[in-house]
Design a protein around this ligand. Sequence first.
Ligand code: NAP
Ligand code: MG
Length: 502
Amino acid sequence: MAAKDTVAATARPSLTFGATWKYAPAPEDSGQVRIEARYGLFVAGKFQPAKAGRTLPVVEPATEAVLAEVAHADAADVDRAVAAARRAQQRVWGPMPGAHRARYLYRIARLIQERARELAVLETRNGGKPIRESRDVDVPLAAQHFFHHAGWADKVHLAFPGAVGQPIGVIGQVIPWNFPLLMAAWKLAPALACGNTVVLKPAETTPLTALRLAEILQQADLPEGVVNIVCGDGGTGAALVRHPGIDKVAFTGSTEVGKEIQRTLAGTGKDLTLELGGKAAHVVFEDCAVDQAVEGVVRGIFFNQGHVCCAGSRLLVQESLHDLFVEKLLRRMERIRVGDPLDKNTDLGAIHSRAQLDKIRGLVESGVAEGCTLHQPAGALPAKGYWYPPTAFTGVGPAHRIAREEIFGPVLSILTFRTPEEAVEKANNTPYGLSAGVWTDKGARILWLAERLRAGVVWNNTFNRFDPAAPFGGYKESGFGREGGRQGLRAYLRFSGSFRQG
Ligand code: NAP
Ligand code: MG
């Protein structure tokens, strides 16, 4: 990799990553959390092997060890799952009064809370994210999504005045690896609240918490077939999307696959919502509270190793503040602790996979080759596992690849602007439009920008805050449809006549 800059040379050794790092899962955290050697698919309320007997290994990113073998569903397994979902929708879940569906959702929410530690440890071991994030963000938010939608289940008919939506039917849901449990909750809770049944396809690399959630669904006595989980790879996802027995696809993942799904569904009459990639602008004005903004920028890009669709990956800082801000930011980056994801003090865990690590390295190399200045704190990374240090680039222009392409890693591209108009122009200069952040002391300026930024979410003097009552979703190549809040129900209901309002 390219030479490091002067800041790297002054890094404080006691706080740099790697030096004292040794992977040893804390026994109280991992020892009691059961991981089976083999997992089946969850179809019609039971765990069962794939028909063809195929399995896929699940790897722990921090150690490269195989954690489990998981059944790999093919088209025949998808077919079984869709049939189970259809039966459940027609006979049980669709006709069930909303107040009864609510009871199941409340029960699931409470069980997620009760089993929070187990879910957090599994999420961290399977995904590589710091336990502090699994424990404080992913798992509590997953429970909140079920609580929130449990509250809607008997009020769905009130959500859109002037129109009463009906369940769509059987929903095919495909989710990515960066928030495996949380994305499952985002997808399942509103679909179920509205009376639909589901076939869910987790990412190939992160099926473990979805399968643990399946155990929770059994524990909650959810009627069989209401939720079915088919593990596998992209081929499994494609088989689900193509299946004639589903009425709607809800997809979260890359823009590339989202476009492919859109092409597959064209002309079929199936509904579709897409939550895709992002390249969010984090706009910092000279009048902001600088230290808080530095924290916000750190949270915006290094949370979950930057494997976040709405990550604040482009920092637009006002030219007059640039030098001071960069100095403070680089100093703060030296204190980011990279290492054992199960250690409660870890800030930056393992990169999710070898493939993602290669992608990050390739884009960083392009940044160096295009003349941007690389900043990385000094320190050795562990030899085993997938790791990448916190990284920032200065001297980035809008045409550089690292300013345009989603890196999906702990890499921040820093650009500058002079006027608010220029900030808006640069922020919107992207094919994506998922999120944005604004740091300024002036309320009027926040509102002025929020109206002009083409992003589904605009955070003000904060970043990466999530709430099940707030709709989340994108513009342009970041997709369409919303998840969360009243607007999120719209994606799981069908309205007769001319009603189109959300
Ligand atoms: P991905 O390759 O698009 O995969 C997402 C899911 O789709 C996985 O379950 C994947 O299975 C499956 N899949 C792959 N090919 C498919 C096909 N042809 N048909 C149907 N399903 C298929 O994305 P990823 O690399 O896992 O996730 C990272 C991307 O997701 C980033 O671009 C990120 O921005 C985006 N993302 C967006 C949001 C949002 O809310 N907007 C949230 C999180 C992530 P396999 O994993 O088994 O290949
Ligand atoms: Mg894939």
